[in-house]
Write a new protein. Structure first.
Ligand code: MG
Length: 412
């Protein structure tokens, strides 16, 4: 009934991942995802130097108590490094509890509320024909909901566009697959909100004309608009019936969302960079959003995100958990177990990891007709091949950043 070992494993098969592996005295192991894109080693130190020594000898069955101890005893609260570290411990303890009970984690959370999880993928293209090809490729892979990102005339590099990797120094890496580029410094990109606002409604009109009215379409504004610009975009996109408009404006000033809300019925999703229920409290209570984008990995784990989503459920606000490739297979499994169990599941982001990542992390989830299911293996259903992980040492990599035409740094 005690924790014997807490090891931090860093591996970089297709990108960097940080994984916590907890082993109990009787040899049961649990995994937790602690990956913080571009700041990975800060969480490694937090876990290795400050958390792992506290876990040795603790009772692995006390998930809630361990969470509260790590959150409150640090004195310094919140923030992505702290909450990713706590999340990894929380996930690993749920994994262990599932294995001890002989049940998948979703059963411990109350059992399945649905047969599978609707997931969306990322279609992109610099020009419309390339975007259409990408949408078709996603439909062929089974996706039933698709995020649309496109190039903007006059700009070199746009968030989420696959084909731009060669001209922005990304080598042969697919940019939509992994926006963090390996190297000592972040790549600089360019941005022009006015050009974007003028271009985007026509893109959605073209996509609707080509693919019809039925497929749920999403778009990520990636924090780049002011509140009044976001309000305009939401209004301009109303004819194209978006499933959601994501991160329409930076979320530090949450009051800003009130202005956006006053002007548009386009559903809003926000919160992939949030860390705690406190970041969501006011915008859920005031019904300023429709989807909670928090990731299990960055919100303090399954325990903490479930509390946030249960609170959101009182306002008919649903989940839309963050699921890009920097959420490791362990973090994705945690999201799937949570999404299957809660009543207010909305949609799951699902980008699909590369072949090397899938070899390092053996997974038991299924992807059938556009629906994810975490599988019925006890625990989270993911095992880490330590030898395979050791073949891919950490490599420095950063997300890009933006500058406007006059050189001003802008939100990326
Ligand atoms: Mg996003």
């Amino acid at each position: 009934m005690t924790i014997d070992k807490a090891e931090v494993i860093v591996t970089s098969p297709d990108r960097n991942f940080v994984t916590l592996k907890i082993t109990t005295a009787d040899g049961v192991t649990g995994l937790g995802d602690a990956t913080l894109n571009g700041r990975e080693l800060a969480v490694v130190s937090y876990l290795r130097d400050h958390v792992a020594p506290l876990l040795i000898g603790a009772d692995e069955r006390r998930i809630e108590d361990t969470w509260q101890f790590l959150y409150r005893s640090a004195y310094w609260r919140r923030g992505p490094v702290t909450m990713a570290a706590i999340a990894a411990v929380d996930m690993a303890l749920w994994d262990i509890k599932g294995k001890q009970a002989g049940m998948p984690v979703y059963q411990l959370l109350g059992g399945a509320s649905r047969t599978g999880l609707l997931a969306y993928g990322h279609a992109s293209g610099k020009e419309l024909p390339e975007l259409f090809d990408s949408v078709r490729a996603h439909l062929e892979k089974g996706y039933r909901a698709i995020r649309i990102q496109t190039g903007v005339p006059g700009l070199q590099a746009i968030y989420g566009i696959a084909s731009q990797s060669a001209d922005t120094g990304g080598g042969d890496a697919r940019y939509d697959h992994e926006p963090a580029r390996r190297g000592a410094k972040p790549v600089e990109e360019d941005w022009d909100t006015r050009a974007y606002l003028n271009h985007l409604p026509g893109v959605f009109e073209a996509v609707r004309n080509e693919f019809g009215p039925d497929i749920p379409l999403l778009h990520d504004g990636h924090h780049r608009m002011t509140p009044i610009q976001a309000a305009r975009l939401g209004k301009d996109l109303e004819p194209y019936d978006l499933f959601w408009l994501e991160d329409c404006t930076p979320a530090e000033n949450q009051e800003a969302l009130r202005l956006v809300r006053q002007h548009t019925t386009t559903p809003l999703a926000i919160g992939e960079i949030f860390n705690t229920v406190w970041d969501f409290k006011d915008i859920i209570r005031d019904q300023l959003i429709d989807y909670v984008r928090g990731a299990v990995t960055h919100m303090g784990g399954i325990s903490a995100l479930k509390k946030t989503l249960d609170y959101a459920a009182m306002y008919q606000i649903k989940s839309g958990m963050h699921g890009p490739t920097d959420i490791s297979p362990v973090g994705m499994a945690a999201a799937m177990h949570l999404g299957l169990a809660i009543h207010n599941f909305g949609i799951q982001e699902y980008m699909q990891h590369g072949a090397r990542t899938d070899q390092v992390f053996q997974q038991s989830f299924t992807w059938t007709n556009g629906m994810l299911h975490p599988g019925d293996a006890p625990g989270l259903g993911v095992e880490l091949d330590v030898d395979e992980a050791g073949r891919y040492p950490y490599e420095q990599a950063y997300l890009p950043y933006n500058r406007l035409a006059d050189g001003t740094v802008h939100d990326w």
